[in-house]
Design a protein around this ligand. Sequence first.
Ligand code: ADP
Ligand code: MG
Length: 501
Amino acid sequence: MHTMDPPAQRKSKLIRGAAGAWEVVIGMEVHAQVTSRAKLFSGASTEFGGAPNSHVSLVDAAMPGMLPVINAECVRQAVRTGLGLKARINARSVFDRKNYFYPDLPQGYQISQYKSPIVGEGEVLVDMPDGETVRIGIERLHLEQDAGKSLHEQHPAMSLVDLNRAGVALMEIVSRPDLRSAEEAKAFLGKLRAILRYLGTCDGDMEKGHLRADVNVSVRRPGAEFGTRCEIKNLNSIRFIGQAIEHEAWRQIGIIEDGGTIAQETRLFDPDKGETRSMRSKEESPDYRYFPDPDLLPLDVSPSLVDDLRKTLPELPDEKKARYMRDYALSAYDCGVLVAERALAEFFEAVVNGSETAGKSRREPKLAANWVINEFLGRLNREGRDIATAPVSAAQLGAILDLLADGTISGKIAKDVFEIAWTEGGDPREIVDGRGLRQMTDVSAIEKLVDDILARNSAKVANVKTNPKAIGWFVGQVMKASGGKANPQTVNDLLRKRIGI
Ligand code: ADP
Ligand code: MG
């Protein structure tokens, strides 16, 4: 741990106000829904989208006399997450009652860990697009219950309450104030999400609210003490996080440059306006009257449980990236893209190594990476699909790369075959044979095309002699005449020989 430079020595990310430079300081509190079939203290289902109040046990509804029983799987998930964040696992942690009144909280308190969380300090390494890696400290991770949901639009005169979500386990992951720009904050959440998804401890589905963040923002003059922060509550998309931070930083800079001071408060982001607005000031913030929940014993996590869980951890994005850079000699950038989603990394490895035939010769990693990133992932993103529903399998893409590598098809035709496989399906080898897409190997046939084009464009031939770069035009013409099936290198060689350059 603590292997990187401290934040103060990082590349500066200053922004320029009307009266000089400012630094933005950000810390995040991320709520991640624990992947578990049952809730934190009851056996009710956590399934999303059931009929209102269909997943509610007597414990979740806070019937008198009901007692919470800790769900061991949620504890294991929190420990796994802590290990994935390279964090200290606390042998003993305590559940407290956080008291407040709200209609979607039947107990009248939330059970949460306050002074003694299950996980202590850790870190997340975040790769920025400019190649810098920033280390973001994790302060703690604690377990707590989610609340229910108030529905205000179902009835003209009443609010209704759905308790399906009440009691579902959340991990609150708190970062240190180590982030220095909206870009870093967005990249941090993206990386944290990737780690959680690799671990299988949270599905990271922000649209379902399974991952949401409170963002704390302050500004300061470079090198000065931290400024007063404002907290923006409950952001449920990475894009909104970026917009909220930008807006909030400029709002604070404007106030200070006008001679004002920042009042610590809780704010909300309005996505339609792209603005933050005040929700409550520090003085109005509730007094939660925390105390240890008398219905729950302190939570003990044994060293042997931690060791056992450590052994079940998958290879995480940082380790996978390092292995790809070493084994496949790919750039940091390519590796970062490939490991961002576990499913994409697995797809790439299946393309490079061949998944079905053991001992099959390895394909060229850079070629495979380019195709997986540019053609495959690019296409998925454009169509808003994910890998699970991709129409082209790793075996199909691998077969296209083999046809390309052994000279059966040209790069141009390979893209056509990919297109056909994507839209119509099929075995690439059969697509190539069935449609007569094999590369022309008969040199005399290519020679004939070359001579044809040269004869019809004699004026341009003279031009190429003084300006050899203009040969590209001729290559293009011959390729076109061949229906993309001539080998571009052969075409180039023949043209040069004929023209005499
Ligand atoms: P509280 O106890 O009020 O919740 P914490 O000290 O736990 O406050 O901090 C909550 C979050 O606010 C953390 O993510 C932390 O990194 C962040 N934070 C603390 N001070 C600042 C600051 N001056 N500017 C921006 N973020 C901050
Ligand atoms: Mg806090």
